[in-house]
Design a protein around this ligand. Structure first.
Ligand code: CA
Ligand code: CA
Length: 301
């Protein structure tokens, strides 16, 4: 009996602690307002309180609606959540339609940024859920809609076909990053952590004739302007409308700016990131889309 008493005591204390934690969690259940219906052509979604830790016991539902015949693309730029093998505690679940009864496209937790998600219908449901303890920074994702479903499927098939025919069509990086997709998102080195000092990165995007490249700026946070000259003299991102720095400059940016998308006039685009010897911020994150002159599609396929 004495032995039982000593064995049982810590166990029952542990149970009491768990019950107390649960009761505490229930009474402190988050009532954050989150989720909603999103109808814009593009926008962002973040977990509650992002980039601070998300609350416990949160559940958010976002329904993204595009016009009929369109698809929706979701790109995660940051992701840090409690991890477990089955993602039963905290998770983001994405459904191919407006309700949880629609097909589950993916279900994520932990620290690995999910790959981009594309709906097959014109609505997408994103569910964020957290349990009663252990939180993380959460997530930030951008959505883009308005891409015609049939054209998108056609372009996806065409691009995979082109990759086989033109294996050299890749993003080439002087910063030792190799991109193998004609579309996708990429970011400054070490993003969202600070980029290195003293770098000069060149990303050349070169596609077959007939293509144009559209760049969406998801996030830009570089060292600010020189207060004496008001120029981007310290760190900057520059985009050129061609394959070299002799091509016309589409823009040169620094600091924290919200930028409109830019489109190349032809099939080449050069992005240059230059940083000086001190002060580094988060960097940048971009999404690239390939535009095709429809009159060229028949020729290329
Ligand atoms: Ca949790
Ligand atoms: Ca700097």
């Amino acid at each position: 009996m004495v032995t039982d008493h000593y064995v049982m005591q810590p166990f029952s204390n542990f149970m009491n602690l768990k019950i107390l934690l649960l009761v505490h969690a229930i009474f402190n259940a988050s009532h954050n307002v989150c989720g909603g219906v999103l109808t814009g052509l593009s926008g962002s979604i973040t977990s509650p309180d992002y980039p601070e830790n998300y609350p416990n016991n949160a559940e958010c539902h976002w329904v993204i609606q595009a016009t009929s015949n369109s698809v929706i693309k979701l790109i995660f730029v940051d992701f840090q959540m409690e991890n477990d093998e089955q993602c039963n505690f905290d998770y983001v679940a994405i459904f191919d339609g407006p309700t949880m009864g629609d097909p589950l496209l993916s279900h994520y937790c932990g620290n690995v940024k999910p790959p981009e998600v594309v709906s097959s219908v014109h609505e997408l449901l994103v569910v964020f859920k957290s349990d009663f303890n252990i939180a993380g920074r959460g997530f930030k994702a951008y959505f883009f809609s308005g891409m015609d479903r049939i054209l998108y499927l056609y372009i996806s098939v065409l691009i995979s076909h082109l990759h086989k025919r033109f294996p050299s069509v890749n993003f080439v990086s002087a910063c030792q990053e190799v991109y193998t997709a004609v579309k996708g998102n990429f970011s400054s080195p070490q993003y969202p952590n600070s980029y290195p000092n003293n770098i000069r990165c060149h990303w050349t995007i070169q596609l077959p004739l007939g293509y144009r490249i559209k760049v969406f700026f998801l996030d830009l946070d570089l060292e600010g302007r020189n207060s004496l000259t008001d120029g981007c003299d310290y760190d900057h991102l520059a985009v050129f409308d061609g394959g070299t720095e002799k091509a016309s400059l589409l823009g040169k940016w620094c600091g924290r700016e919200t930028l409109s998308p830019i489109i190349s006039s032809r099939n080449k685009l050069l992005l240059v990131l230059h940083t000086d010897r001190n002060t580094a911020n988060r960097g940048f994150s971009l999404a690239l889309f390939t535009l095709i002159y429809l009159c060229q599609v028949a020729f290329l396929s």
